[in-house]
Ligand binder design. Structure first.
Ligand code: SAH
Length: 276
């Protein structure tokens, strides 16, 4: 088999990036350096892989699910010592042996597993990450990026935006139209750079966990006012005390709370429940 008679598989979210300007842009925003150890998710036919390998990096390790692509990729990059390839599902790949070495994660990700990929690489509130990623560069679905970057007051604001913004600095580089891919996906894409906050810049683990709990509760019923959501975890008396002591307006709905207010609310709840 060669790349020409290979049939693309829709179920693997295969949309080859064919726009050279976008490929160049990904390489540019990755700011590659000699010490970089890159992890690429889903190299596909290797378009992005060869761009990245064509620079002074230390290593690029790629993980591709599609068995039919493995020989083709190994053949294509056999002369490049920086390259290594592993067949498997990224979501069940154990990265323990290389996780600490990886400096950047770069990918045109399969859109059908966006959520789990974000959980795996950006992490979760209340969990210390074992890795040391400086940058995560993803080409991903634009509507997910719109949600991630939403601020309070926007209909898109949700648990996802608060979580992501508490865990990393996020920059949208550009939007990418379906015509940049073959076959074109049905949706627009965006190129995004995530810079995970170093552990010392993250909030206290307990506080993060509490915020996560509040987010889950409140956004499960986003039409409810915060006051009513809190009913399930605090007594009426505690809510009353809280509304007197904190500056949070309890009549707001969750999508109207800023990140700062989520932090304040969680801090106040922790304080009041500790008093018990
Ligand atoms: N990087 C290539 C291909 C992107 S398409 C390009 O830009 O052209 C997404 C790629 O991810 C496909 O090659 C697909 O086979 C692969 N893929 C899909 N699900 C995967 C998974 N769970 N783990 C690893 N790779 C996966």
């Amino acid at each position: 088999m060669n790349f020409k008679n290979y049939h693309q598989k829709k179920r693997f979210g295969q949309h080859w990036l064919v726009n050279n300007l976008v490929l160049e842009k990904i390489k540019e925003v990755a700011e590659l350096e000699e010490k970089d150890f890159i992890l690429e998710i889903g190299p596909g036919r290797g378009a992005l892989t060869s761009k990245l390998l064509d620079s002074k990096i230390n290593k690029l390790h790629a993980i591709e699910l599609d068995k039919d692509l493995i020989d083709l990729l190994n053949k294509k990059f056999k002369n490049d010592k920086k390259f290594s390839l592993q067949q498997g599902d990224i979501l069940s790949t154990n990265l323990n042996s290389i996780n600490k070495k990886i400096t950047k994660v770069i990918a045109n990700i399969p859109y059908n597993i966006t959520g789990p990929i974000l959980d795996m690489f950006i992490g979760r509130l209340g969990m210390v990450s074992e890795n040391n990623y400086q940058k995560i560069v993803f080409l991903m679905q634009k509507d997910v990026v719109d949600r991630i970057l939403s601020r309070e007051g926007n209909a898109n604001a949700g648990a996802l935006s608060v979580r992501m913004q508490l865990m990393c600095n996020i920059r949208r580089i550009c939007d990418v139209s379906p015509s940049s891919f073959n076959p074109p996906p049905r949706v627009f894409s965006s190129l995004v750079v995530f810079e995970p906050l170093r552990p010392e810049l993250r909030l206290d683990i307990k506080l993060e966990k509490y915020i996560d709990k509040l987010l889950r509760l409140s956004f499960n019923s986003r039409r409810k006012m915060i006051r009513n959501t809190l009913n399930s975890i605090l007594s009426e008396d505690e809510i009353k005390q809280l509304s007197e002591s904190s500056e949070i307006c309890f009549n707001l709905r969750p999508q109207d709370l800023s990140i700062k207010k989520w932090i304040k609310l969680a801090e106040a709840c922790i304080k009041i429940t500790n008093k018990k």
